[in-house]
Design a protein around this ligand. Structure first.
Ligand SMILES: [Mg+2]
Length: 229
């Protein structure tokens, strides 16, 4: 099996009437353990969806995205994009996408999320989702896209020449923290106290930050980046 990555371009009408494209990448199978070794363009910010951008439940429809969104999450993400100028990616496990009709359902919700960001003046660099049913053993030399596998991070890094050592991951579960560190040990992890709040498993190492929610996680990342400039 090759990289097994498929993508489509989503077109969105922005507030100014122009169209915006957000690549939606399905990281279905396994990706090489190392991202591309060409010159890196810089760091990125990765954000989990369920439990981070929505505090409760799972976004299974466009309506769910509007109904369940964590207050301020969309505005905070746009602020993050504009202030840091770093590309922002959603990395989300979507087991349901493997069911009949599940892919379309998953994509409708992700599409709506991208649309809300555009409507608020931002844009995701890409949304990556992994429809694997569970975390299965993978061939030597590859990693699974399904978190706690690091494949979605490596896929984004390989496609966009990202420097993972200068990147961040915001998540609510131990799986998010482990996946990021597997992709690169220097990714700075931010665990939020919404959703699973890191209670789903034993944390093998403390996150670099433990924040109340996505809004304060964004504040923390902006402060970290400000120290570098
Ligand atoms: Mg989550």
């Amino acid at each position: 099996m090759g990289r097994g990555v498929s993508s489509r371009q989503m077109l969105h009408a922005g507030p100014d009437g122009t169209t915006h494209e957000t690549p939606l990448l399905s990281v279905s199978f396994h990706v090489p353990q190392e991202p591309s070794d060409t010159v890196k363009t810089g760091g990125a910010i990765f954000v989990d969806r369920d439990g981070v951008l929505n505090r409760f439940g799972s976004m299974k429809s466009a309506n769910d995205v509007d109904r369940l969104a964590e207050p301020g999450a969309v505005e905070s993400l746009v602020r993050l994009m504009k202030t840091t100028k770093l590309p922002v990616y959603v990395v989300t496990n979507q087991q349901g996408a493997n069911k009949t009709g599940g892919r379309a359902k998953a994509e409708v919700a992700l599409d709506r999320l991208a649309e809300l960001i555009v409507a608020n003046g931002g844009k995701f660099a890409a949304i990556l989702y992994c429809p694997n049913r569970h975390f299965t053993p993978v061939p030597s030399g590859t990693v699974n896209g399904f978190k706690p596998g690091g494949g979605m991070f490596l896929e984004a890094a390989g496609q966009h020449n990202l420097d993972l050592s200068k990147s961040y991951m915001v998540g609510d579960s131990v799986k998010d923290m482990v996946a990021a560190k597997k992709a690169h040990p220097d990714i700075q992890t931010v665990l939020v106290k919404t959703g699973k709040a890191g209670q789903d498993d034993h944390l093998p190492h403390p996150p670099e930050a433990w924040e109340d929610n996505i809004n304060t996680a964004v504040d923390w990342i902006i402060a970290q980046e400000a120290k570098l400039s």
